[in-house]
Design a protein around this ligand. Structure first.
Ligand code: 8Y7
Length: 278
C-alpha cells in the first residue's frame, strides 16, 4: 500500500510514521501559546524532526471542542511563515492542519505536502480541488458535526461501522473530485464528536479499518478522553498516550500524530520488534 504526498512516498507496511504536532495557536489546549512566535514554532518543529518525526503537522486554528474559529487572514499569518522557514531548513514532510482551502493552498505553495483535514465531512469540494491540483497527501478525518457542535451528545448505532462507511463514501467522493485513493490516509478522529465509550470502541477495533487498504492515522496524544478515563490532567497523559500508540502498532495503524515524539518513537519501535511487523 502506497501513500503519495507530492514529493513524498510512504510504502506500507513499514515502521509506524510518527507525525509531530506543532501548534501556532494561542489557545491550543495541549501546548497553548508556547509557539506563537514563528521562530520558536520552527525551532520546536526542527527538534521534533530530530527526535524522529517523519511528518510535522502545523496548525493555526484550534479544533478543541467549542473553540472559536479564526479568520483566514489570521490563520495564514500564523501558519505560512512557519512552513516557509521549515521548508528551507529541513527535509521533513510538512503537513498543514487546516479546514480552509485558501490556507491549504498557501501552505502547499510555501512547501507543505500534506493537508490534514479535520473537516473532511464537509460537502463543498474546494478543499479537494486544492489537494487534487497539487497532488498533495490528504488526511481524511472522521468528525461528527463541527468543532463547535461535535461534543453535543454524539450518538451512533455502531460507531465502528459508521466511521468505516464514512471512509468508503468519502474515498468515492474524493475520487470524483480528482483526489486518488493513493493520496488519502484515513483517520477515525478520536475525540471529534465521540463519547469516551465511542473513542474506546474505535481504538479497540482499529484493525477493522484495514479492509479499506489505505494508511490509517491515529491521533490520541494527551486527549481529554484519557483524562475522562483515568482522571489525569494534561501534563500527566503521556503514559496512556504511549499505551495507545503501542496498541495502534499491534492493531495495524500506520501513522500516529503526537506531541511527545522522542518517547513515542521509542515506544513504537519496541512494539514493532515485539509484534514482528517489520
Ligand atoms: C487530530 C487532528 C487534532 C486527530 C488528525 C488534538 C488537528 C486536537 N486531533 N488531526 N487534529 N487527527 N488527523 O488533541 O486526531 O491535537 S487537534
Amino acid at each position: 500500500m502506497r501513500w503519495i504526498a507530492r514529493d513524498f512516498t510512504f510504502d506500507f507496511p513499514r515502521p509506524m510514521v510518527v507525525m509531530g504536532i506543532v501548534n501556532t495557536t494561542p489557545d491550543s489546549f495541549a501546548d497553548g501559546g508556547q509557539f506563537l512566535n514563528s521562530g520558536s514554532a520552527v525551532d520546536h518543529a526542527l527538534r521534533l524532526a530530530d527526535e524522529g518525526a517523519e511528518i510535522i503537522d502545523i496548525g493555526g486554528e484550534s479544533t478543541r471542542p467549542g473553540s472559536a474559529p479564526v479568520s483566514e487572514e489570521e490563520e495564514l499569518l500564523r501558519v505560512v511563515p512557519v512552513i516557509e522557514r521549515l521548508a528551507k531548513r529541513s527535509e521533513v514532510a510538512l503537513s498543514v492542519d487546516t479546514q480552509k482551502p485558501v490556507v491549504a493552498k498557501a501552505a502547499i505553495d510555501a512547501g507543505a505536502s500534506i493537508v490534514n483535514d479535520v473537516a473532511a465531512n464537509r460537502e463543498s469540494p474546494q478543499m479537494w480541488h486544492v489537494v487534487a491540483e497539487a497532488g498533495a497527501g490528504y488526511i481524511c478525518m472522521h468528525m461528527r458535526g463541527t468543532p463547535q457542535t461535535m461534543q453535543a451528545k454524539p450518538r451512533y448505532d455502531d460507531v465502528v461501522r459508521e466511521v468505516g462507511d464514512f471512509f468508503k463514501k468519502r474515498l468515492a467522493r474524493l475520487a470524483e473530485h480528482g483526489v486518488s485513493d493513493a493520496q488519502v490516509a484515513l483517520d477515525p478522529g478520536i475525540g471529534f464528536g465521540k463519547t469516551l465509550d465511542h473513542n474506546i470502541k474505535l481504538l479497540s477495533r482499529l484493525n477493522k479499518f484495514s479492509v479499506t487498504e489505505r494508511p490509517l492515522l491515529v491521533g490520541v496524544s494527551r486527549k481529554s478522553f484519557i483524562g475522562n478515563l483515568l482522571g489525569t490532567s494534561l501534563e500527566d497523559r503521556l503514559p496512556a498516550s504511549l499505551t495507545c500508540a503501542v496498541w495502534s502498532v499491534a492493531e495495524g495503524a500506520n501513522i500516529v500524530r503526537v506531541h511527545d515524539v522522542a518517547e513515542t518513537v521509542q515506544a513504537v519501535r519496541m512494539a514493532e520488534a515485539l509484534n514482528e511487523k517489520v
